[in-house]
Design a protein around this ligand. Structure first.
Ligand code: CP
Length: 313
């Protein structure tokens, strides 16, 4: 079976197939066959989620299927010490696909080695979040286009899994990437090497104003408090790298501001009413994009799916 484990596995063709299918579904949500009526998608979230979990749930229901939900770690037998491998081996007997969020990097890959149903990595620690990337790319394509793109990615680049996935996927589009963060939260070495290998055009900055005026898109992220080994280290950085409507007066009029959400205080509420703000639309795009993704992974690819091989590992 195909899995979606990391954004690095996606070619430009794969991405465009999902985005095109998502655009069709967004324009005409009724345009789905009835072949998912008996399909069950397992939601296995070992970490909190609002958007990812609910939009996958919405997506499979809009396709005509349904979900089975592991619940929280506290309410499941994970609490009794059951391993991830045993958990997913049991759940594959209940469902046709597994959406997995887990605090450990590599968890989705590990899970995929134990089951015969598609696994979607819905976030593995500070690793990857590739389905988020697909909705991010959808939003970028809608607002700014993916060709000749100059993007600033700001905030927690060390622990931010949405950043690691988005940057990997953007190498398919030859985007100019500016990474803006405190020194201590720069992109991890491994991620940098992979981006260089993929031919990425990237630069690092500590000051947003060095590049703000050049950007088509500014992708802001939350400082990932839960990943810091030391709370003091978080407290030293918390509150830096915030933007508000005044900051954006120094940006181009057509700058698009994105954020995977949840935000804490990185984007002041006075940005919400500006033309720049795209983050709520971005979250809503999760539904058609995840419908298209699931159609590619769960479908047999013979009638309008995004292509059964669209996300092969
Ligand atoms: N963007 C995102 O992954 O949000 P959730 O943590 O709410 O799923």
């Amino acid at each position: 079976h195909d899995h979606l484990l990391s954004a690095g596995q996606l070619t430009r063709e794969d991405i465009e197939a999902v985005l095109d299918r998502a655009a069709d579904l967004a324009a005409d949500p009724g345009a789905v066959s009835d072949r998912y009526a008996d399909t069950l998608l397992a939601l296995c979230f070992f970490e909190p989620s609002t958007r990812t979990k609910m939009s996958f749930d919405t997506a499979i229901q809009r396709l005509g299927g349904d979900t089975v939900d592991m619940g929280t770690v506290e309410s499941s037998s994970v609490k009794k010490g059951e391993s991830l491998a045993d958990t997913v081996r049991v759940i594959e007997g209940y469902a046709d696909g597994i959406v997995l969020r887990h605090p450990s990097e590599g968890a989705a890959k590990l899970a995929s080695q134990f089951v015969d149903v598609p696994v979607v990595n819905a976030g593995d620690g500070a690793g990857q979040h590739p389905s988020q990337t697909l909705l991010d790319l959808y939003t970028i394509r809608e607002r700014a286009g993916l060709d000749d793109l100059t993007i600033g990615i700001m905030g927690d680049l060390k622990y931010g899994r949405t950043v690691h996935s988005l940057a990997a996927a953007l190498t398919n589009f030859d985007a100019r990437m500016h990474f803006i963060s405190p020194e201590s939260l720069r992109l991890p070495r491994g991620v940098q090497f992979d981006l260089h290998d993929a031919g990425a055009r990237l630069r690092e900055h500590t000051d947003l104003d060095e590049v703000l005026g050049e950007l088509d898109v500014l992708y802001v992220t939350r400082i990932q408090r839960e990943r810091f080994p030391d709370e003091n280290e978080y407290q030293q950085i918390a509150g830096e790298y915030q933007i508000d409507a005044e900051t954006l007066e120094r940006a181009r009029d057509d700058l698009t501001v994105m954020h995977p959400l949840p935000r804490v205080d990185e984007i002041a509420p006075d940005v919400d009413a500006t033309e720049h703000a795209a983050y709520f639309a971005q979250a809503h795009n999760g539904v058609p994009v995840r419908m298209a993704l699931l159609d590619g992974l769960l479908g047999d690819g013979d009638d309008g799916g995004a292509g059964g091989g669209a996300a092969a590992t």
